[in-house]
Design a protein around this ligand. Structure first.
Ligand SMILES: Nc1ncnc2c1ncn2[C@@H]1O[C@H](COP(=O)(O)OP(=O)(O)OP(=O)(O)O)[C@@H](O)[C@H]1O
Length: 235
């Protein structure tokens, strides 16, 4: 295993800028982001509403192309890829857990987890989906549809779907935002436990300072810029 001192960053962003809109309506949303994240780190992204957290996540996950700057993610130069190539590069590199679980309503839990891997040509997708769902405590819910699952269970399926392809990078955007407090706490325990088990790097957007302090590092954004970057200890 590579030691942290010599490992390359799993995210290496230099002077990332994002401008949305044209002409007079053009707004610079990200105004020069420099960020390096090492493999296995857990990082919380905090900042006021509108500071650019979701926009930064969209760029780092390849869902949105930066207007300028250099971005390397898990060995792929995202700044040089077009949209189709970005979609391919995301596969296997990045897992995403969002506030709204975004499960496909016509698919069972196991189908929701297996289908993206099957589309990526993974031969053992079905078994891996079953194993990952068992790991998040849903072995007894494999054939249930999203409407037959509680909010917490749906988020467990979403976590299983994000982690089953074993991506080096896991992103979460307010993963407990739609859950009551005790369900949210259970989901966070699960997210951190599964992250630790798989060794994925975690970047999590949150408004919750206590939750942020469970990460190794807290990066604060304001008005499209990183205004602080502090190390807060082990997760
Ligand atoms: N398509 C767009 N065109 C123009 N401006 C946009 C567009 N999308 C987002 N913005 C603006 O970009 C800024 C950053 O938005 P973003 O959603 O990244 O912030 P955020 O920190 O994630 O906020 P929140 O915590 O409320 O989710 C906001 O001022 C928003 O209005």
């Amino acid at each position: 295993m590579t030691s942290p001192a010599t490992a390359s960053p799993v995210i290496d962003a230099r002077d990332l800028r994002l401008t949305l809109g044209d002409g007079g309506a053009a707004t610079e949303i990200l105004r020069g982001i420099d960020l390096r994240v090492m493999p296995g780190e857990t990082l919380a992204l905090l900042g006021p509403s509108g500071s650019g957290k979701s926009s930064l996540m969209a760029v780092l996950t390849g869902l949105e192309r930066a207007s300028s700057g250099v971005l390397n993610v898990a060995g792929a130069d995202f700044s040089k890829l077009d949209e189709d190539a970005l979609a391919l590069a995301r596969r296997g590199r990045i897992g995403i857990v969002l506030q709204a679980f975004h499960l496909l309503p016509t698919m069972t839990a196991q189908e929701n987890v297996a289908t993206p891997m099957e589309l990526a040509g993974e031969k053992t997708a079905w078994d891996r989906a079953g194993a990952e769902l068992a790991a998040v405590g849903l072995a007894h819910r494999l054939t249930h549809y999203p409407t037959q699952l509680s909010g917490g269970e749906q988020q467990r399926v979403a976590i299983a779907r994000a982690l089953a392809p074993r991506p080096p990078l896991l992103f979460a955007d307010e993963p407990t935002g739609n859950l009551d407090q005790s369900t949210g706490e259970a989901i966070i325990e699960l997210l951190f436990a599964r992250r630790k088990k798989t060794g994925a790097t975690l970047v999590m957007i949150t408004h919750d300072e206590d939750l942020a302090h469970r990460c190794d590092r807290i990066v604060r954004l304001a008005d499209g810029l990183i205004v602080s970057d502090e190390r807060v200890g082990a997760a």
